[in-house]
Write a protein that binds this ligand. Structure first.
Ligand code: PLP
Length: 771
């Protein structure tokens, strides 16, 4: 097993921020230690500081061709955006309060639909603070991310201000500013025009004095200067109101003692941009070559990659892609394990799983949900690009060997010895959103059972079956799903075209098995059997599938390992019974039947997991679900149950995100407080408690790419339920769960704790904070 822990990171997230270039850092350091004066001081230390500041300004003015326009230093682009918007709106306000003669206009402010959130949010904020009644209108973009000029022509006449961007931060898409200017000025010669130039600096040539752009904010940290320094250009004829008043610095236009170290760093960056030789920055052709090389590697390694940005319409430093069948979180986890830093969607809103930019471009939902941005700065080197490509190959090979990718045709070279292909045996929980597909593998016979296959997981299931050389013996739905389509038919047609089965996929030719005088249908798979228990209620066709270990023709409850009960019992709730084919009376009896056929510790594997709880058992459910408890302890009559259930269902939130909620939540969903370690306390605990075991719960490909030798056991989240099942007798064992950032380990630890694993803990912040 290889260990890539020592690999240095490959940073490909320059559009979020860049490292500070050594020359710039050194200039900043000098400004802090030697040239530390206050530019407002009249002594020599102050004069030197002022000189450095003015030299930086002059360089910026030359670089950007600002002509007679102002160039004011700010804390960053967000401040530059506020300054611009505030200035423009204060100047535009009289237009609204004293409308021109004739019909009253409905005023608006326009912004590009793919603009950084700082723009529309600032517009809304300042319109509200200034009490200006103007609608905030997004200008649509086409599939390439180019602004709709016709829309601008139609709306600009009534607009107080228009905000566009030179280069988009997610896609690198640039606008033709000259053409845009024509459109805007033809429609409204007086409109205030702001162009967010943050992602354009150092990537496209700007000559601002030749344009009618009124405001242009920039940021230092997107181009190798530190965070906290930026600047804004203001056209000489554009109105201006200081955003920060005070000591009168920047000629009274922006008060506050200047950030000289930031300016010193910027000064170096401007110098490099102005140089024609010996610059750390590559020329445009070289950057295009680098992007092509990265794109080619991605295409070789991930045959189902799709690029979300057109290379003809975007600057060379940005790639935005999606890999069909993978969420952006999965690719992020994979790349992070390979020590490649990229971002998903927009870095500024990393909790959001879709990209509003790609949505605005009208790209298919999956591309937006799975989007990965890979971006680099103009100081990147050929060696870094080569290393990135090599690392991408490692990552894809790790995926191939964990059976999540089949046909990557990459030529991994000799010194890479990732060999993490493990023959799967037992239970696997796959999920898409909050819905689950369960796969049970009998490795000895190379057979698989697939339960509730989701259409979104078809490709993953295909890959898994082929890679592990497994033959499905049954593909079964636990019920006719009302909330989503089943992927059963497609898979069954492919793998079991001859099988004679009912509509849910249960094969007709099965044996029967006896349990406490009742007969059930059963299928054998290796040493276990799958038993079908009719559990109508949620739907009339609902069944539960009990996997148990007894090999004879009768079984007892204690041999029941897993109960795949669809939506009959969900974690913390009972399946909803307000569909046309539902019956709460039937559910009442199904719950009792289920209780008679499984043990209190049989793991219940539901078809939804809204709360990241993975699995449950009757003991845990009865403890937190009073209604279930009442049914199973004979404390409620059928008619009272029906009434209570109707009441619960009427309170059901119909949708969670894009998914229908299949159960009314009745139990408490309080997550237990889990013991948390940091790297230090974990080290101490490991030295003092020899019984303590580390479990790395990342996926096998992440584990293969990057883990400490011998220190941990890998139990990916997809195998957690099996792990819980196999360790039910070790509930006092101290375990510490670890993942990349501490979020997966926390939910897994909470799930285990709820099921009685009292000594489970996790590493807060994950590997990210402990390396
Ligand atoms: N505009 C764009 C296009 C950006 O990419 C960013 C940063 O993500 C900003 C504005 C905000 O810049 P700052 O971080 O300097 O405030």
């Amino acid at each position: 097993m290889s260990n890539h822990n020592e690999l240095t990171q490959i940073y490909l997230d320059a559009n979020a921020t860049t490292p500070v270039l050594p020359e710039a850092a050194s200039a900043a350091m000098t400004a802090m230690q030697t040239l530390f004066g206050n530019p407002s001081s009249s002594h020599i230390t102050g004069l030197k500081a002022k000189d450095l500041m003015e030299q930086t300004r002059r360089r910026a003015q030359t670089l950007l061709g600002t002509g007679k326009g102002k160039l004011i230093f700010t804390s960053g682009a967000t401040e530059g955006i506020q300054t611009s918007i505030l200035s423009a709106l204060i100047a535009a306000k009289p237009l609204i309060t004293a409308p021109l003669k004739g019909a009253a206009k409905n005023y608006c402010v326009l912004y590009g639909a793919t603009e950084h959130k700082a723009v529309p949010e600032s517009l809304k904020h300042w319109l509200s603070v200034l009490d200006i009644a103007a609608e905030v209108v997004a200008i649509p973009v086409d599939e390439y991310g180019i602004l709709d000029h016709e829309f601008i022509s139609q709306h600009a006449a009534n607009a107080l201000m228009i905000c566009t961007m030179a280069v988009n931060n997610e896609t690198g898409v640039f606008q033709d500013l000259q053409l845009l200017e024509q459109t805007i000025r033809t429609a409204n010669p007086n409109i205030f025009w702001m162009v967010d130039c943050v992602q354009a600096l150092g990537k496209i040539q700007l000559d601002l004095q030749k344009t009618t752009i009124d405001y242009a904010p920039f940021s230092g940290h997107k181009l190798y200067a530190p965070k906290g320094i930026g600047f804004v250009y203001i056209r000489d004829s554009a109105p201006f109101t200081p955003f920060i008043a005070g000591g009168g610095q920047e000629s009274g236009l922006r008060s506050g003692t200047e950030n000289l170290p930031g300016m010193a760093a910027l000064n170096v960056i401007f110098d490099m941009l102005l140089r024609t030789s010996n610059s750390a920055f590559c020329d445009s052709q070289t950057l295009h070559n680098y992007r092509n090389q990265l794109a080619q590697t991605l295409t070789d390694c991930f045959p189902r990659v799709v690029f979300n940005n057109s290379f003809n319409h975007s600057v060379a430093t940005t790639l935005n892609f999606a890999v069909q069948g993978f969420s952006s979180k999965e690719i992020m986890d994979l790349f992070d394990a390979a020590n490649i830093r990229v971002s998903s969607g927009s870095a500024c809103s990393s909790k959001v799983t879709r990209s509003f930019v790609l949505d605005a471009m009208g790209l298919p939902a999956w591309q937006s949900e799975s989007a990965i941005r890979m971006s680099f700065g103009p100081a990147i080197t050929q060696a870094e690009v080569d290393a990135a490509c090599q690392r991408i190959k490692f990552a894809s090979q790790a995926l191939t060997q964990s059976c999540m990718l089949l046909d990557a045709s990459n030529d991994i070279n000799a010194n890479n010895d990732i060999s993490n292909k493990v023959a799967l045996d037992g239970l696997l929980q796959l999920r898409f959103g909050a819905s689950c597909t369960w796969v049970y593998v009998d490795q000895a016979n190379k057979q698989a059972l697939i339960i509730d296959p989701l259409p979104e997981l078809q490709q993953r299931l295909d890959t898994l079956l082929q890679c592990q050389e497994l033959k499905p013996i049954a593909i079964i739905d636990t019920h006719g799903h009302a909330d989503h389509q089943s992927g059963r038919e497609v898979l069954a047609n492919r793998y079991l075209p001859e099988q004679d089965c009912d509509i849910l996929g249960w094969p007709y030719l099965t044996q029967t098995i006896n349990h406490a005088g009742e007969q059930f249908d059963a299928i054998k798979i290796g040493k276990v059997q799958l038993i079908k228990v009719p559990t109508p209620g949620h739907t009339s066709d609902s069944i539960s599938l009990i996997l148990h270990t007894s090999a004879d023709d009768k079984f007892d409850n204690n041999s029941a390992k897993y109960a795949f009960c669809g939506d009959t019992i969900l974690m913390g709730s009972l399946g909803r019974t307000n569909f046309d084919s539902s019956s709460s009376a039937a559910l009442f009896h199904s719950l009792k039947l289920l209780k008679r056929t499984i043990s209190s510790n049989t793991l219940i594997c539901a078809s939804h997991d809204y709360n990241n709880e993975f699995t449950t058992h009757m003991n845990a459910e009865m403890a937190r679900n009073p209604l279930l408890n009442a049914v199973l302890n004979e404390q409620i009559t059928e008619s009272d149950f029906i009434a209570r259930k109707a009441q619960l269902d009427s309170h059901l939130v119909d949708e969670v995100g894009s998914e229908i909620m299949c159960g009314a939540y009745v139990g408490s969903c309080d997550k237990s407080a889990i013991k948390e370690y940091d790297a230090n306390s974990l080290n101490i605990a490991m030295n003092t408690n020899t019984a303590l075991r580390i479990i790395d719960i990342r996926e096998p490909h992440e584990y293969a790419l990057n883990h400490s030798q011998g220190a941990s056991q890998n139990v990916p989240l997809t195998r957690l339920v099996q792990f819980i099942q196999e360790h039910q007798h070790q509930k006092q064992q101290p375990w510490v769960l670890i993942c990349r950032s501490g979020s997966r380990s926390l939910v897994a630890a909470q799930a285990m704790h709820r099921l009685g694993f009292s000594q489970v803990a996790h590493l807060k912040g994950g590997y990210a904070l402990s390396a």
